[in-house]
Ligand binder design. Structure first.
Ligand SMILES: Nc1nc2c(ncn2[C@@H]2O[C@H](COP(=O)(O)OP(=O)(O)OP(=O)(O)O)[C@@H](O)[C@H]2O)c(=O)[nH]1
Length: 416
């Protein structure tokens, strides 16, 4: 049993190059210019139940029907039913239930730990993706339903950065449209989207899903017309007494703040169930891919350079600090060794007292010498006083719990 297996991690996914196998043979016969293309990675992120998995299935079947089968990665270790087959599935590598058992964790802890463990192998995963990059147009990535586990964890950042620095990457933020019709829920969803945009720094598409149940026109209107959002707040943002809820004014201000964010976003409406809106979705992906090439790629390269330089600088500083510490501790060790070393008393005195002008030149050394002199004086005084020492009085020094005063002025607790 390997170390990974011991932690509930299964062997290397056997299906790494599996999945829509038709693609390999199909793509093998593609023209040279097609073989040189770069796929775009679509990171599907969204709240639990927003329809990520269903949308992944829809995108998969849509791309198959266009004869451009995608390469699929599933990063959700807790998904119970996956209606498509992933090329790389985290569940083939980590059993999150086993992780929960072994680390004594709850479901969220289990998912996060499973993702952390998987991240340790992500360079291998990326190598598989890169190997297939020339033969696919799209790489689809499904993320854990517990959105914060991916968006705010170190492993989520590592995975996102690793993918984005290797291939053009766009974030598709999936929104459950029927559950976003309340102005407060809408605002909370937009703020979350905004935070992910600034965290990932990647081209972003707002995907209003389930438009077969609720068209997303209201959302587009709210995004582009502050007055319309304000009117909705006036109408729906009141409590039972008909008073404006205290959050309404906050949301109203937030809406103005988010104006800039809305202007830089692409928003599309889709139905993962019926397949409506696929054309708009893929046009948005193509636009976002161009934006990655022109705006994000140079910025990512600059950030990577900056990170590298910072890491180098830190390494240099650490090394210098270690060298300094070593020199200092060598000096201090030699000083400490001498006062209590094997030298006869007179020799010690010669070294530290007679050669004061030559050897003792730092404040630290003077302090050591001062302490030594004080201790010697103390020893001497104790020798003289030894005959005067009386039995300790009950309730005074020497009685349990009462502190005794030493002649140096330091106090210590009397042992029981
Ligand atoms: N009507 C309708 N229902 C949808 C649509 N997309 C998803 N659903 C339903 O929404 C529910 C949640 O869909 P999932 O795909 O499991 O959502 P998810 O985001 O993957 O959920 P987690 O696995 O919890 O993260 C399911 O019952 C789907 O059938 C859609 O476009 N229209």
């Amino acid at each position: 049993m390997t170390d990974f297996e011991h932690h509930g991690i299964m062997a290397e996914p056997s299906s790494t190059d599996a999945g829509p196998s038709a693609s390999s043979s199909q793509n093998a016969s593609t023209s040279t210019d097609q073989a040189e293309k770069t796929p775009v990675v679509i990171l599907c992120i969204g709240m639990a139940g927003s329809g990520k998995t269903t949308l992944m299935q829809r995108l998969n079947s849509h791309l198959h029907s266009r004869n451009t089968p995608p390469y699929i990665l599933n990063l959700d270790p807790a998904v119970s039913h996956m209606p498509y087959s992933a090329n790389i599935d985290i569940r083939d590598t980590v059993d999150y239930k086993e992780v929960m058992k072994q680390y004594n964790l709850g479901p969220n802890g289990g998912i996060l730990t499973a993702l952390n463990l998987f991240t340790t192998k992500f360079d291998q995963v990326l190598a598989f993706v890169e190997k297939r990059a020339a033969s696919v147009d799209y790489v689809l990535v499904d993320t854990p339903g517990q959105i914060e586990i991916f968006t705010w964890s170190a492993s989520g950042s590592i995975i996102t950065d690793a993918i984005a620095s290797s291939l053009p990457t766009v974030v598709a933020y999936i929104i459950d449209t029927p559950r976003t019709t309340a102005p407060a829920t809408f605002m909370s969803n937009m703020l979350y989207a905004c935070s992910i945009l600034y965290k990932t720094r990647l081209p972003f598409i707002l995907v209003f899903n389930k438009i077969d149940v609720e068209p997303h026109d209201f959302a587009i209107e709210w995004m582009h017309d502050f007055q319309a959002y304000q009117a909705a707040l006036d109408e729906k943002g009141r409590d039972e007494q008909g008073e404006m809820a205290y959050t309404s004014s906050l949301m109203s201000s937030m809406s103005l703040v988010l104006d800039e964010f809305y202007n830089n976003l692409r928003a599309v409406g889709v139905s993962a169930m019926t397949g409506e809106g696929m054309k708009d979705f893929f046009s948005a992906v193509e636009e976002a891919k161009k934006e990655y090439e022109t705006d994000y790629k140079p910025e990512l390269a600059r950030l990577a350079e900056e990170r590298k330089a910072k890491a180098e600088e830190e390494k240099k500083n650490q090394l210098e600090k270690v060298m300094r510490d070593m020199t200092m501790s060598e000096g201090a060790a030699s000083r400490r060794k001498n006062p209590f070393g094997p030298h006869p008393r007179n020799e010690r005195e010669d070294r530290y007292l007679d050669d004061e002008g030559d050897d003792i030149d730092s404040e630290e050394e003077r302090e050591i010498q001062r302490q030594m002199e004080e201790e010697e004086e103390m020893e001497h005084a104790e020798d003289l006083d030894a005959g005067d020492m009386a039995e300790p009085e009950p309730g005074a020094g020497g009685v349990a719990g009462v502190q005794s005063q030493s002649r140096t002025g330091m106090s210590w607790p009397t042992p029981r």
